[in-house]
Design a protein around this ligand. Structure first.
Ligand SMILES: [Zn+2]
Length: 473
């Protein structure tokens, strides 16, 4: 079969593809297991009613399937392992191992080129097919790459009409992706079940792709993340030099696969941490990726305390400290964005858990100039007021300045600058303070802390304090 296929194919090839490398293709690119296919440059890859159609030459040469073209009956036979697909030009049903199977788009002749629907052929052969509409890119993944295949490592082993050798995971057993966040230069994907993510990098432009097979977005996902009707969404990333944007989608239905793409400013090393603890983490802090900053601007790390599974203190009306801290951090960020004389980075900008170690490491790795951790306190019902903590004595001058602004901006009792051995102020290597904005255990403090006026005022106080210390005002 193979030999005949090849001979027949050669004939087709000679007549049908005399113009390889002529003009630009339709802008569609196809990746097989992360590697770009070498497509004919003369526009033969076509997009027809939302279906990517490829020449049978690509099916054979790039996907490695046997292809026979019978001109008389206008039939294409594609064979791989136990699967035989017969497609007839202009017919909207195919035969897969003798079974009649509907097609969403019929194979066609374009000039002398026979085009077949890429998704249908690939899926019948057991490949996972994904489509990124933004970049007009098709992603094909062989079964052994999706972690669900028990067979050999080659393309389409044992493919059958139920779309391949991967036994489908029942819907109820799929993992739910509950959240996606980017903090401390790390992508965190929260999942409710153990998953087997695949990470690979692509170039032109540089990006990192994380596929999570057998997963869907949780019902609650769209309430906290942008997600359109086609299950696509993205978040812009500010404050990190490596990453410009994070996109995510329900990338494939066979098997249901969530894809998260990090758009990078250049090639980056990464490490994948998957402890099956509810978080998949892709960490970009693997090499000293922060050369001494050349722009001469001071870098300030803003650290919203707690987050994710760690709520911090719970207020008298059951509000969470982590939410207060993040709100202040976002307001500080908003103000720092307007400052052209300094750079900043947030240890977290979403409701995710970041370890204390990672917070300090981020600041140290980035060679930051200042570190400001934002918290609210808890104690007796009568305790009220603000405190500024530091650990190393070289942080004291910074603590004194910040505290002055904290007292003024909060209008709360002055509970003084205090020395205490706290992880983030101890393990950082630059002047570092931890601010307590008031007591969530105190009825009056708590009510005040959750007002817009108070929050705006203390956020401004933080920025004013930083600028004062740096001599920028
Ligand atoms: Zn706290």
């Amino acid at each position: 079969m193979k030999k005949i296929g090849f001979l027949m194919f050669l004939l087709v090839f000679i007549f049908a593809f005399p113009t390889i490398g002529q003009a630009a293709g339709g802008g569609t690119s196809i990746y097989l297991d992360g590697k770009a296919l070498d497509l004919p440059k003369n526009g033969q890859v076509q997009n027809v009613k939302g279906n990517v159609m490829i020449p049978i030459r690509v099916v054979m040469e790039q996907l490695g399937f046997d292809v026979v073209w019978e001109k008389g009956t206008r039939t294409v036979t594609i064979k791989q392992a136990d699967t035989t697909i017969k497609l007839i030009i202009n017919q909207t049903s195919a035969s897969v191992n003798g079974q009649k199977t509907p097609l969403s788009v019929a194979p066609m002749l374009k000039g002398d080129t026979t085009l077949v629907p890429l998704r249908f052929v690939s899926e019948q052969m057991g490949l996972t097919v994904g489509w990124d509409n933004a970049t007009k890119t098709v992603y094909l993944i062989t079964p052994d790459q999706t972690g669900g295949n028990t067979g050999g490592g080659t393309t389409g082993t044992g493919g059958s009409t139920d779309n391949g050798s991967t036994s489908p995971v029942p819907e109820a057993n799929l993992a739910a992706v509950k959240g996606i966040g980017f903090d401390a230069n790390r992508l965190t994907i929260a999942v409710d079940k153990n998953v087997t993510p695949k990470v690979f990098s692509l170039t032109g432009p540089d990006r990192l792709v994380i596929d999570i097979p057998n997963a869907r977005f949780d019902e609650s996902f769209s309430s906290s993340h942008s997600l359109d009707a086609y299950q696509n969404g993205y978040m812009d990333i500010n404050g990190y030099p490596d990453v410009t944007k994070i996109r995510y989608s329900q990338f494939s239905d066979n098997p249901p696969t969530i894809r998260v793409v990090m758009d990078l400013s250049g090639a980056r090393n990464y490490s994948l941490q998957n402890g099956n603890d509810g978080y998949v983490i892709v960490d970009l802090n693997v090499d000293q990726s922060y050369p001494p900053r050349g722009n001469g601007k001071p870098l300030v790390v803003i650290d919203a305390g707690h987050g994710g599974t760690d709520p911090g203190a719970i207020s008298v009306t059951s509000k969470k400290e982590k939410d207060f801290n993040l709100t202040i951090a976002k307001k500080v960020e908003h103000l720092l964005k307007l400052e052209t004389e300094l750079d900043y980075v947030l240890t977290r900008s979403t409701d995710v858990y970041v370890t204390l170690k990672d917070r300090a490491k981020l600041a140290n790795d980035m060679n930051a100039d200042l570190f400001v951790s934002l918290h609210a306190n808890s104690g007796s019902a009568t305790a009220s007021g603000v405190e500024t903590y530091y650990t190393r004595k070289e942080s004291l001058p910074f603590a004194n300045v910040m505290h002055k602004y904290l007292v003024e901006a909060s209008g709360l009792p002055d509970r003084k600058v205090r020395a205490k051995s706290l992880h983030v102020t101890r393990e950082t290597t630059m002047p570092a303070v931890l601010l307590e904005f008031g007591y969530l255990s105190n009825k009056n403090d708590e009510a005040l802390l959750f007002t817009e006026n108070f929050q705006n005022s203390v956020a401004q106080g933080v920025v004013d304090g930083i600028k004062d210390y740096l001599g920028l005002k």
